[in-house]
Design a protein around this ligand. Sequence first.
Ligand code: NZQ
Ligand code: ZN
Length: 387
Amino acid sequence: MINFEFHNPTKVFFGKGETDRIGKEIKKYGKKVLLTYGGKSIKQNGLYDRVMKRLQENDLQVFELGGIQPNPRITSVRQGVEICKKEKIDIILAVGGGSVLDASKIMGIGVYYDGDPWDFMIKKVKSERMHPLATIITLAATGSEMNHNAVITNDETEEKLGLEDPSTFPTFSILDPENTMTVPRDQTVNGIADILAHVFEQYFNPTKEAPLQDRMAESIIQTVVETTPLLLKNLHDYDARATIMWCGTMALNHLIGSGVDGDWSTHGIQHELSAIYDIPHGAGLAIIFPQWMKYVLDLIPEKFAQFGERVWNIPRNGKSDSELGLAAIERTKNWFQGIGAPVSLKEVGIGSDRLEEMAAKAVSRGPLGSVKKLNKEDVLAIYKMSL
Ligand code: NZQ
Ligand code: ZN
């Protein structure tokens, strides 16, 4: 195990009905709230009205910034920073999926910076602090509700960049599984693919001797694999929604990644797809992950064999680690396919024309990954395998 520091300051309120405490909790931080949200979903499912009612009951003054898109754009962040500064906002309340939360995090640090908030994403400046940020997450996927990550897209430069910044943990987050009931089937599947991808990024690592992290990761994967069919059978199954929601949070609140050198190259490779083709994050991960696994299989065959035996219950039957690992990778790909996730670039309408360009961009800030340091040729090979 490698040394680590673990600090997660986000307070979590989990469960049915917890949404209704929003007014009282927000009030502890001041009077002026910037409510941020995405498209129509929270207006259609009644969450917007419910939140507004609670805020108004508590005499809070609400400013709004809606229209934050999936794969959130830096332009929304800039708008949010402007409102926060002009109106002297006390606390930001992000209601939505990971995109709304991520954009709100960068707004929150942008408040204390005079330059362009994109500077944080290109690591030109470091944040010093974030404005108080409350979140009501409405889609189980990113873990953004309890982590210090944000991913923002810049349409001008066709870049999608991630930031890991200790000041961007939400102050508190409400995880009410009922708020995810209206997530359509395809987004539910994308979210599940993202959750598994987060576990894979941390589980497949070059670190030896982190057995607790391995077992925790394997239990999240198994729980997701067991629960997904129940949820897809009935998208209104509260218990399944609750289980997947907590799996999503636990997959990326940095607990299972502490003490191991996570890889994260698949996320880097996928971000280029979303930056140029605007495909959903989880869909891109379902396509790339099995191919990355095959590409690095022989560097950590024992880990892939462990994955096959413990997670997929594949019997050893005289197989070598590599053979067992390959069978596990096939199972993973077939499982994604079985839940309706895409497993090839062709399925999401991406051809070979811009693969070189994306491979070059993916490594423009240095090689990706820890299991194998991937350079441009490696990334290109993985894109080609994914066609
Ligand atoms: O915009 P609205 O109308 O709200 O609709 C959204 C959006 O179209 C919809 N949706 C969300 N909650 C819903 C709902 N529809 C019906 N009912 C609900 N309750 O779902 C669509 C996708 O929303 P989005 O927020 O984009 O999805 P997700 O939560 O998967 O977030 C994806 C973004 O997060 C980044 C991704 O790169 C991508 O930009 N990531 C953030 C991470 C983090 N902060 O830690 C880590 C991840 O690896 C990921 O990179
Ligand atoms: Zn992800």
